[in-house]
Design a protein around this ligand. Structure first.
Ligand code: LMR
Length: 395
């Protein structure tokens, strides 16, 4: 017998909830769990720019062979501009196509663990998949303080003090924008202070840029990465187009290493290409072709920027509506902090027991850290969700 010793795997802390939601027969059920953007009719859209790009690709796609290990070069160049800006010295940057954000994090995690160091510090809290991805890559994960439930936002003094005491050359995961799960980001002054600390301590940052364009805008959301790229000579970045192009099922993203110069860039590139070769060999082409088609065509790019802007507006409007309704339902509760959050998620300061009750009694689904996907709200369910949250908050 080879398999009988296997232990049952517990459900995924985020996707496991989708299965439970599907099976729930409650007519009022609400899904605020997985980080997928939804329209007011709670559908995940195919963007118009993506539809047009897909038709154009079909017309001129005539090649059927493998992509290189690190993917479509033109796609990677376009994404490089998006992330680092047009003026950044490209000679210093190595880039590769990745299988979404998770695929990129896995490859960079393995690169770090084989070549750089064995420990990575992640914010407390962080995306539920960060720790297992890094552990599978052979890294030990330790946390640094980030969010304070009392402050209902980032406790920057604590973050800074903790990081100041870490050994030189530590490797540290940073969320570039739209922090997942809290929605609480650092401000520009805090990023500046952190960049100086990272330089002084010779830290290596790994930026996770999963929500580019969903926070404040394309340039604003890359502020931290662009700043650190000016201040430091080396850093790593992972990005994905699942959220901002609504290309969840294409698994398209990219990884970048900013290096000291051409020599190091090629050395890092050699290692990453080797890792890709022995992991999945060559990436799929369709998602990269779509993103490239849009970014290389001014009209389509403008359309994408507009559609992304509309996503951002809907998220902001929902936050405002949510806070205002909470206030009018119960003036004692001050949820003003939710308006400050960025991106798809917010913490509503709910404990595990309260989340359990929201799921069991109200069929409102969210991970047990109390993170809500704002876009899962609409005019039909928002009152119900607010009443339920206020009910469980009185526990
Ligand atoms: C999330 O945080 O819900 C998303 O990034 C989806 C995922 O892969 O967990």
């Amino acid at each position: 017998m080879f398999f009988n010793h296997l232990q049952k795997v517990p459900p995924d802390p985020i996707f496991g909830l989708s299965d439970a939601f599907k099976e729930d027969s409650c007519p009022e059920k609400v899904d605020l769990s997985v980080g997928i953007y939804k329209t007011p009719s709670l559908k995940t859209p195919v963007l118009h720019c993506v539809e047009i790009a897909a038709k154009q690709i079909l017309k001129h796609e005539k090649v059927g062979n493998y992509l290189p290990f690190d993917g479509d070069t033109q796609f990677v160049e376009e994404v490089k501009s998006l992330v680092f800006g047009d003026s950044f010295t490209r000679e210093r940057v190595y880039g590769a196509q990745s299988l979404g954000g998770t695929g990129g994090l896995s490859i960079l995690g393995e690169f770090i663990s084989r070549e750089i160091g064995k420990t990575i510090y992640v914010p407390d809290p962080t995306w539920a998949n960060h720790v297992p991805i890094f552990q599978k890559a052979g890294l030990t994960t330790l946390t640094y303080p980030y969010y304070s439930h009392d402050k209902m936002g980032v406790h920057f003094e604590k973050t800074y003090a903790f990081l100041s005491n870490l050994p030189e050359k530590s490797i540290i995961l940073l969320h570039a924008c739209c922090h997942n799960p809290t929605g609480s980001d650092l401000n520009k002054e805090e990023w500046k202070l952190l960049s100086k600390l990272f330089k002084r301590k010779n830290f290596l940052p790994l930026f996770d840029l999963a929500y580019l364009g969903l926070g404040l805008g394309l340039d604003e959301d890359t502020y931290s990465i662009r700043l650190f790229s000016e201040v430091l000579s080396e850093l790593l970045v992972v990005t994905t187009f699942s959220k901002n192009f609504s290309l969840y099922r294409e698994r398209i993203g990219a990884v970048f290493a900013v290096t000291n110069g051409k020599r190091e860039r090629d050395l890092v590139g050699g290692k990453i290409k080797r890792l890709i070769r022995v992991t999945y060999s060559n990436p799929p082409s369709y998602g990269a072709a779509i993103v490239k088609e849009i970014l290389q065509n001014n009209e389509l790019k403008e359309q994408w920027i507009e559609e992304l802007g509309n996503i951002r507006i809907r998220l902001t409007n929902l936050r405002n509506q949510f806070v205002d309704l909470l206030k009018s339902e119960n003036g004692l509760h001050n949820y003003q902090f939710l308006k400050e959050h960025k991106g798809m998620f917010s913490f509503c300061n709910l404990g595990k027991d309260q989340v359990r009750m929201l799921i069991d009694r109200f069929s409102i689904y969210m991970p047990d850290n109390g993170r809500i996907n704002i876009s899962g709200l609409n005019d039909q369910n928002i009152d119900y969700v607010i009443k339920a949250i206020l009910h469980v908050s009185k526990l």
